[in-house]
Design a protein around this ligand. Sequence first.
Ligand code: HEC
Ligand code: HEC
Length: 449
Amino acid sequence: MPYCRNLFFNDFDQLRADSCVLKITVNSLRTFGMIGLFLAGLLFVPSLGAANELSPVEQLGKQLFFDTNLSTPAGQSCASCHAPEAGFSGPNSQVNLRTGVYPGAAAGRFGNRKPPTVAYASFSPKRTFQDDNETWVGGQFWDGRADDLIAQAKGPLLNPLEMNNASAEEVVNKVRKGGYQRLFEQVFGPRSLVPGEEEKGFDQIAQAIVAYESSREVNAFRSKYDAYLAKRATLTSQEMRGLELFAGRANCSACHPHEPGADGSPPLFTDFTYDNLGVPRNEANPFYEAPANINPHGRQYKDLGLGGVLKQESQFGKVKVPTLRNVAKKPNREFVKSYLHNGKFKSLKEVVHFYNKRDQEPNQFPPADIPATVNHTELGNLGLTDDEEDDLISFLETLSDEFGPTALPQPLWTNPSKNSLRGISDLLRVERFRHHVIQASAKSDQSRR
Ligand code: HEC
Ligand code: HEC
């Protein structure tokens, strides 16, 4: 009865008649607990915990993801820059407003880019060049420099501008001291984290984090738009106008595909290609002032994006198209998020206005850092009215994972096997799913060219 494990997302989910006896029981138990039947609470809270969505490896990964003892000095976890309440991106409104990029664990050190969302990153394929439409697709980070999440997850732990550990050994030591031994042995077997096998331990740490990043908790597919696609919700007339613009005159779906695949797989709102939007410099980026050993170019620094990784001028300034799922998600109305790879813009209004007017009223915007590769064919002069900009934003607000039950095709996240490495086998399933998504987005890519 794997599907029954969905319970806690699914307060008002339709009952699946075949397998949901457990569901009803557990849900009513939870209701008891909530109305304060203390005894019932005592008895059943542990089993509710066990019914929680995550497999052991995902649970382990989650603990690591939120553990602020894994940085040097202690105090910073992955979630310090990728927090669920901010859609798995930067959770500090002040930082978002002032700099847009985040301080690392060591005092005074800043990265050069805004933390993108971690949600749905697991769907990005390895970076490859597609001959038919002459474009790079896939990879991790804004510039695609890591192939997959395993390679990616090790990066921040060792990056001096982020969690600042000196070596794999240092990370493994911290995990060893952090009370993880039992969970590690449960997930990876006896003789986990043993001295002398630090590389293996470090790999397993990364695997667990990736299992969490690939889990249904992080990739929930439970936005209002998902519910709309599943015919369980209707959009307001403003959201509907926004969707029509998104898919039509505003051309957003050319790079942020919005339609489900033929097999019903939900859209990811990115085709994982690369583009230079000509985003103005973020003068408040502290990286410009970083010491020469970190930024040898000082204020002349330009972010070359994918071009810097490939050392190819034709790709200078291009960054990966981010998913738009959860772009609008924030803990409260006053909270400020920053947008784009350098955190230059502080609201969706600014972003959409930029797409709309960049080329029509160029004086409104400082020039692009790398003008030669800016995309002028698909954006920059959309001819939208102010109200239409707001309609688009209203649609973007339907993409936050805070609506109903997941709309993900059932077999994808539910695994009947008792294998404690469920998260890893999920990855393989995700791989198949990705394949569909990529094919679907490649098609939509061809149709726009
Ligand atoms: C100090 C802030 C900070 C911390 C701490 C941090 N990250 Fe990040 N993360 C970033 C930034 C900035 C980027 C983008 C960097 C780039 O593109 O060059 C990023 C990128 C990523 C991406 C790539 C997403 C994509 O779509 O390309 C993933 C995944 C990720 N981080 C996971 C993690 C994990 C796992 C940890 C903990 C082990 C972590 N991050 C810790 C700031 C941080
Ligand atoms: C030609 C491809 C392309 C088109 C068309 C496009 N985008 Fe984007 N979008 C991107 C890329 C690439 C980025 C990242 C650019 C950067 O950070 O420099 C991005 C970033 C964004 C972001 C910021 C996300 C974040 O996490 O910071 C938003 C919001 C956004 N796009 C919305 C839209 C909307 C709305 C439209 C239609 C009006 C649109 N996009 C059309 C490629 C595109």
